[in-house]
Design a protein around this ligand. Structure first.
Ligand code: ATP
Length: 251
């Protein structure tokens, strides 16, 4: 579904990601874990076509960008990117950190916006299915999104992405800043979603990531430092502790 090779992202003098490769197979749920500043968000943004990068990104077997090499030079220029909205219509749908909802639109109207990115695909989740997945949104259908709690906003953002019929759903820190109860609601929804949709997830909550994902990449300083199945990563708690400063064995 997704094949990323030798990805690098820089912001002026700052190198955020360097030489990163990862894959997400059809039907797989993969998580990127890592400390602040490891390059996780930059990786998702590059895959989604939102920031310039070098390296190859192939989605559903087709390249999303092509690198060019300057004549008489080995230096690589940033790839010519497919615009993010076109990638979304092709089924590569990102739920960004901070959710980016239309604050003045209602819950229902925000969900309706998501349907415009379907690109002719039949969605697993229509609007009714989103309300079934997140029952607490039912009573909020007519509520403007600026007045929702962070957890409710995250549910709307995930719902809006789902009704776009994603072939690969990418989520940036979906549990960040949520109450423990809403972390549980979102984690439970992701377990349901991954049964029908390929998922690439950035999470700072190690327990959530290990619980949901089939496979994990642990990032630090712009690159992948460990990878394996969630079981393998959880079993290597000393290494996880070194990279994330968190013990998983205690959970
Ligand atoms: P966090 O969990 O804190 O969001 P992250 O692993 O997602 O961290 P990134 O947000 O990708 O990491 O940041 C990687 C590096 O790139 C950091 O040093 C960050 O300060 C820098 N960076 C990110 N965005 C920009 C930007 N727009 N301009 C300049 N530097 C940036």
């Amino acid at each position: 579904m997704l094949d990323v090779t030798d990805l690098s992202v820089s912001y002026a003098a700052i190198t955020a990601v360097t030489g990163l490769s990862l894959t997400v197979a059809d039907g797989e749920c993969v998580a990127l874990l890592g400390p602040n500043g490891a390059g996780k968000t930059s990786t998702l943004k590059a895959i989604a076509g939102l920031v310039p990068h070098t390296g190859a990104v192939a989605f559903a077997g087709a390249p999303t960008a092509r690198n060019s090499t300057a004549r008489n030079s080995t230096a690589r220029r940033p790839a010519a990117r497919m615009p993010a909205d076109r990638l979304a219509r092709a089924g590569l749908v990102l739920v960004p950190e901070g959710r980016r909802l239309f604050a003045e639109l209602t819950v229902h109207e925000n969900l309706q916006v998501g349907t415009t990115a379907r690109g002719g695909r039949t969605p697993t989740y229509d609007l009714d299915a989103v309300y079934e997945l997140f029952p607490q949104l039912q009573a909020l259908r007519g509520t403007r999104c600026w007045s929702l709690s962070g957890g409710e906003q995250q549910m709307v953002a995930i719902g809006r992405a789902l009704v776009a019929a994603p072939r690969l759903l990418m989520l940036d820190e979906p549990s960040l800043g949520l109450s423990p109860r809403n972390v549980g609601v979102v984690a439970s929804a992701l377990r349901t979603i991954k049964a029908t949709t390929s998922v690439l997830l950035v999470e700072q909550n190690t327990h959530v990531a290990l619980d949901i994902a089939d496979r994990i990449y642990v990032m630090a300083q712009g690159g992948v430092r460990m990878q394996g199945t969630s079981r393998e990563i959880a079993d290597d708690s000393a290494l996880l502790d070194a990279y994330l400063g968190q013990r998983v064995a205690a959970s």
